[in-house]
Ligand binder design. Structure first.
Ligand SMILES: Nc1ncnc2c1ncn2[C@@H]1O[C@H](COP(=O)(O)OP(=O)(O)O)[C@@H](O)[C@H]1O
Ligand SMILES: [Mg+2]
Length: 220
């Protein structure tokens, strides 16, 4: 659950990027965040995963009060989050298997459980044959499919994705939307996605928030 009340975000004292936002995102919802370039979509998402401190107002994510922004609560928060970036952020010295296993290692999952989880996810993203290769040997679309698999590997309760299909080919985009949709429908994971283009035939109930001039409002 994400609850924002009078949430205001800024990088410096001159200008607020998000001003007095009030909204609630319930568990198991599928949410899109839209808005023109530079409107503050990534900024809002960064506040959700504790990358950007709250300037004023309140922000609760999974019952953790991010207005306080203590280091210990950030660690607790991240345990239950999966994050996907537009530029994948895979570790290039690690194989695909090691990349997907990273969150599992951090959270002390058993090795056999981890390896099985990686195999299952690689099947979902149609990359089983790439398990031992390095990110550089993959196309952008393939790398992003690995990044989504990694974000889901430790069974988070929320997944945040910032323009996950921004520069991708149609096939990779389809694989990613299907994965996010299934994560939401079948595993009950809350999904919050920043995107310019909402896919037409997603076949899922969602809500959309738009950002304009610092104002966050629910749009249809
Ligand atoms: N690290 C930063 N420091 C200062 N200003 C930033 C930083 N990141 C983004 N901004 C500014 O905040 C505004 C919103 O940016 P952003 O959230 O990245 O927009 P969007 O994701 O909607 O394209 C822009 O004016 C941008 O220049
Ligand atoms: Mg952005």
């Amino acid at each position: 659950m994400i609850l924002a009340s009078n949430l205001t975000l800024a990088y410096d004292s001159k200008k607020n990027i998000i001003e007095n936002a009030n909204f609630k995102i319930k568990e198991k919802e599928f949410i899109f965040i839209s808005g023109s370039s530079g409107s503050g979509k990534s900024t809002l998402l960064k506040s959700f995963y504790g990358e950007l401190p709250v300037k004023s107002g309140h922000l609760l994510v999974n019952r953790i009060d991010l207005s306080k922004n203590r280091y210990s609560s950030l660690l607790q928060l991240r345990k239950n989050l999966g994050i996907v970036f537009q530029d994948y952020k895979l570790i290039k010295e690690y194989t695909i298997e090691q990349n997907i296993m990273l969150p599992l290692k951090v959270h002390n999952y058993d090795d056999t459980v981890s390896k099985n989880q990686v195999k299952k996810l690689l099947k979902h993203v149609k990359l089983s044959h790439k398990i031992g290769v390095y990110p550089e040997e993959l196309s952008g679309g393939e790398q992003q499919r690995v990044a989504v698999a990694r974000a889901l590997s430790h069974n988070p309760s929320i997944i945040f994705a910032d323009e996950p299909t921004g520069n991708l080919d149609d096939y990779s985009s389809d694989v990613i939307w299907t994965l996010l949709k299934n994560a939401n429908e079948q595993l009950g994971i809350t999904v919050v996605v920043v995107t310019h283009r909402i896919p037409k035939d997603l076949g899922i109930k969602y809500r959309r928030f738009n950002i304009d001039e610092g104002v966050v409002y629910e749009a249809s």
